[in-house]
Design a protein around this ligand. Structure first.
Ligand code: XMP
Length: 319
């Protein structure tokens, strides 16, 4: 793709000029955006780049291992794997307000980056995979009044005291363009095709108070759901699919016993850029089979619902 090839070359030249001899640290989430940003910057400045992968305890099943394997082994990009789940989950204890959750997570991310930046001599820049829609949505929504819908944790610049400058080489791009750029940079298709995963992770798929128990249940249910979607060959038709665990227990019956467990909601949408989205029209057979599997395989869930809200008026994530 000629356009993306020239975009890549231009971006690489810009990064070199901006960064000079300094060191850059890049927050890696395991998602497509930060991965493409990291590989692009690595092409530009080689091992002046160090990636920091913060495990905030809000990742999907096996995600930490997959990311460290992909970057450490495959790309050989210097990678710090920061297991900070105790820090994040501790700070989120008792927090149920969505914006407070996002702000807490954003603040801790910065603390953790700062801590690691301090260990890298000459670190002057922090790289992020911020996209154009992230920039707009934090400011206004669909041309409407200028209200904050959600505080995306990776937007808004850095506190001055952090002393790092931002490098955001994807800031002008939409998601489909980032995927084309990733392709141009030689990332594997299986990776480029991954559904987006938000920085605040499972926190915003767990409305209300986050507990370790709920996270554990959510991870298992999500893995079953995604497995179903892959088995039915639907993964690439869907922009994003995930489970949200609801802050409510409901009564059910299993065998000849009463259950009193959590309800969950399945979410799946199609979209071009995440700004607007339509709910995905699964067959009832698929939904029924998936509900049965989740209830049979995941202890702690006894009711499954399907979210048929498009965006707007809903947002893709639940918080
Ligand atoms: P919403 O829920 O706002 O999501 O309709 C639109 C897209 O953005 C993702 N998202 C985020 N990504 N940091 C991110 O990196 C965030 O704080 C964040 N919040 C939402 C969401 O997963 C969807 O793809």
């Amino acid at each position: 793709d000629w356009t993306m090839a020239s975009y890549r070359d231009e971006a690489i030249a810009n990064i070199r000029e901006t960064v000079g001899d300094a060191k850059v640290i890049c927050g890696l989430s395991g998602g497509v955006d930060s991965s493409v940003a990291a590989v692009l910057i690595h092409e530009a400045i080689g091992d002046q780049l160090t990636c920091v992968f913060v495990d905030h305890g809000l990742l999907r099943l096996n995600e930490a291992e997959e990311v460290t394997r992909m970057f450490g082994d495959h790309y050989n990009i210097p990678l710090i794997h920061a297991d900070e789940s105790e820090l994040f989950l501790g700070a989120l204890e008792g927090v149920s307000d969505p914006e407070e959750k996002r702000k807490t997570i954003g603040r801790l991310f910065i603390d953790v980056f700062q801590k690691h930046a301090d260990t890298i001599e000459g670190a002057q820049f922090l790289a992020q995979g911020t996209l154009y829609p992230d920039v707009i949505e934090s400011v206004s929504f669909s041309g409407g009044p200028s209200v904050t819908i959600k505080s995306h944790h990776n937007v808004g610049g850095l506190p001055e005291k952090m002393g790092l400058k931002l490098v955001e080489p994807l800031r002008a791009l939409f998601k489909d363009e980032v995927r084309a750029l990733g392709h141009e940079l030689g990332l594997p298709d299986s990776f480029i095709g991954r559904h987006p995963f938000p920085g605040p992770g499972l926190a915003i798929r767990c409305p209300g108070e986050i507990t370790r128990e709920k996270l554990e249940i959510l991870r298992k249910a999500d893995a079953v759901y995604i497995d179903q979607i892959r088995k039915h060959g639907l993964y690439d038709e869907i922009w994003q699919a995930f489970v949200a665990i609801l802050p409510v227990r409901t009564v059910g019956v299993m065998g000849d016993g009463r259950t009193y467990d959590f309800a969950c909601a399945l979410r799946a949408v199609t979209s071009v850029d995440g700004m607007t989205a339509d709910y995905y029209q699964f067959s009832h057979d698929f939904l029924g089979e998936t509900a049965t599997r989740i209830i049979n395989e995941v202890r702690g869930i006894n009711r499954v619902t399907y979210d048929i809200t498009s965006k707007p008026p809903g947002t893709i994530e639940w918080e």
